[in-house]
Structures are given as C-alpha cells and as structure tokens.
Design a binder for this molecule. Structure first.
Ligand SMILES: *Cc1c(COP(=O)(O)O)cnc(C)c1O
Length: 350
C-alpha cells in the first residue's frame, strides 16, 4: 500500500481552480424518463436515433465495463480512443514549458507526440536489450517536475510484458503518476494491474476497445484510476467526447464478450502457428517473445524486406529507426488466410 501520496500536489493550478463547463444534460441527469419533455439543449425534436446529445458520462458503457473488468464505475473514465485519455493526463498534470514526463523507448509513439504538443519535456530512458525497464536509471532521471511515467506493458513494438517486480518498484518509489498502458492486455498471459488499483493512488491504467475488442473504428479508450484522479480528468474532458454511435456499438460488443474471447483465442492460436513458421525463414535472425497480437522480428535488412512485402501487397510496420530495433519488422496477426499468404511471400523472397 502506497501512502503519503497527494494528488493535489500534481494538479496544475489552472485546473484546480477550474469550474467545468456544465452541459444541459449534466444539469438534468435523469434523461431516461419517457414522460419528460426535453427543451433544454436546442436539439432538433424529430427522432432519428441520434438527434439527442449523448450521455456525457456514458453510463451504459461503464456499467458493462464495470461488470466485465470488476472495477467500480467511479474509477472509470472514457475517451475518444486512449489517445484522448493520454492527452487529458498531460493537460491535467503537466505544466507546459516546466514539467517533464518519462518514457521508455522503444515504445508507443504517441507519448512523445503528446509531450511535444503540450510543450512538455520527454525524458527518455532506453529499455534493456530484453526490452525491460532499467529501474534505477529511471529513478535517477526523476526530479521535482517529473509528473508522469509511461509504462507500456505489454509493450508496443517489442511485444513483451514488463517484469512485475520492476513495475511494482516504480509504483512504490516514483511519486508522480505511473500510467500503465494496457492496450494489449487481453492478449497477454500476464494479469492486468487493475486488481492492484486500490493499492497505488498514483496508478492510472489505460485500455482500449481498438485491439482485442475489434472496435478501432469507433474510437473508445478507457482509463481506470482512483476516484480523485477520475474526477480531475472528468473536469477537463469535452462534455460529449464519446459520441452516441460509439456508445451504442460499444454496448453491443460488450454484451457479447464471449465472441470477443473466441476471437482472442483464434488470434493467439494463429500467433503461435505464425511464430513456428517464422523460424523457417532464413533472413529472420530473432523472433522476440510476444504477449500481443503482433510479433517483432529482426531481419537481415528491414527496409529491403519491407519493400519486397509491399510489392507483394502486404503492408507491415518497419521499426528499424526505433532505438534497439535496428532491422526490426512488426507483423500484426491477421486471419489464417492472411498469415498463410505472409508466410508464403516471406518464403518466396528468401
Ligand atoms: C494501439 C495502441 C493504443 C490504442 O489507442 P486508441 O487511441 O485507443 O486506439 C494505445 N496504446 C498503445 C501502446 C497502442 O499500441
């Protein structure tokens, strides 16, 4: 249990004193009663399914997530993709041109982009050769203006999960916020950090419906944190940041989690077969362990192989310019037919 942590020391002054915009639907929340007449929000009264503003608190989606993930609703905030959630974290806690965040390359590119957009210094500490966090070096980089540490686990693009011991040490010893980006957790053999949420008042977990849940097109990201942190983020989020169509499609999908589970099992099965077949490709020198729906491999010449695949109509990700990823390519796991085609092209270009 982490004690002596006070979130108020991290919130920007302008956010502390902010009185949030109050939307029409915030003021009258019980919008479900059928006998009410709504003349408050200047909407068009003719029903077409989306003529009303969406629920600003996305209660139907949160009820389902709360049940599936076994987290209290008051610990959940939803965003227009996890990218919006990450941006809200910057804007609530990082003072432009003063504060800094810490990230561990090679990792998800949005942390650095968001730092730049928000005029926040991004202090980087490379992962080890095995793509694990260097705990002592990270803590050495911390100063009084280090507000957020981003841990992507399982990590994109390497595919591995971070050691639980290292993550726990960082949660205990870093007194800023620790964001664990769990975009790929549903493919992982490791447990989510969600069950430890109550132990660490500085922990924020982000997840998404874009990967395992198969809903990248609707843009729905999820943030789990203490009620205090959620309240602060709620204060600054745009009132209707998750649109009605997104909420409806998310509810449909979350009511059928068995289908999601079946797809995850299929993808993991395909992943294991692909990993076996990749061993036969002689220009692949390393196949990195993966807890995700993608695999990183090191080849003889990444750019040459990337171009050869493009010529054959297969688009993959060339990660060769990323630190520790020289000559690395990232393959997403596709359908059985797509993966077979990938293997046959890789075999043909040897
Ligand atoms: C894909 C991905 C996301 C997802 O972002 P959304 O905005 O929710 O689609 C977040 N983090 C990582 C590491 C990812 O790879």
């Amino acid at each position: 249990m982490k004690t002596n942590f006070n979130i108020n020391n991290l919130v920007r002054e302008n956010i502390k004193s902010l009185k949030p915009y109050s939307s029409a639907r915030d003021e009258y929340k019980d919008a479900t009663s059928d006998d009410m007449i709504f003349l408050d929000a200047n909407e068009n009264p003719f029903e077409n399914g989306v003529n009303r503003y969406p629920d600003p608190q996305q209660n139907a989606v949160k009820d389902l997530l709360s049940k599936i993930k076994k987290v209290d609703k008051k610990n959940i905030l939803l965003g227009n993709g996890s990218d919006e959630v990450l941006d809200l974290i910057f804007r609530a806690f990082c003072e432009p041109n003063k504060d800094n965040v810490i990230t561990l390359p090679p990792t998800y590119g949005m942390y650095d982009v968001l730092a730049k957009i928000n005029a926040i210094e991004n202090r980087t500490v490379l992962l080890t050769e095995n793509f694990q966090p260097k705990v002592e070096e990270i803590l050495d980089k911390v100063d009084v203006n280090s507000m957020v540490l981003f841990l992507c686990s399982p990590n994109n693009p390497s595919g591995n999960s971070f050691s639980r011991k290292s993550v726990e040490k960082l949660l205990n010893r870093f007194n800023g916020l620790v964001v664990i980006d769990e975009a790929y957790i549903d493919f992982s053999e490791e447990k989510s950090w969600l069950e430890r949420l109550e132990e660490f008042p500085n922990l924020i977990i982000t997840q998404t419906l874009s990967k395992a849940y198969g809903l990248a097109g609707i843009r729905l990201g999820v943030c789990y944190a203490s009620q205090e942190i959620i309240n602060i983020l709620n204060k600054i989020k745009p009132p209707y940041n998750v649109n009605e169509l997104t909420q409806q499609r998310a509810v449909d999908r979350l009511q059928k989690v068995e289908e999601v589970q079946e797809e995850i099992i299929k993808i993991k099965g395909e992943r294991n077969q692909l990993l076996e077949k990749l061993k036969q490709i002689n220009f692949i020198n390393t196949i990195y362990p993966t807890d995700c729906n993608f695999v990183l491999v090191k080849v003889d010449d990444a750019t040459k192989r990337y171009n050869q695949l493009i010529e054959q109509g297969i688009v993959i990700r060339n990660r060769t310019t990323q630190p520790l990823c020289e000559n690395c390519l990232r393959f997403t796991i596709g359908t059985q037919i797509e993966n077979k085609r990938l293997i046959s092209v890789l075999t043909a270009i040897q």
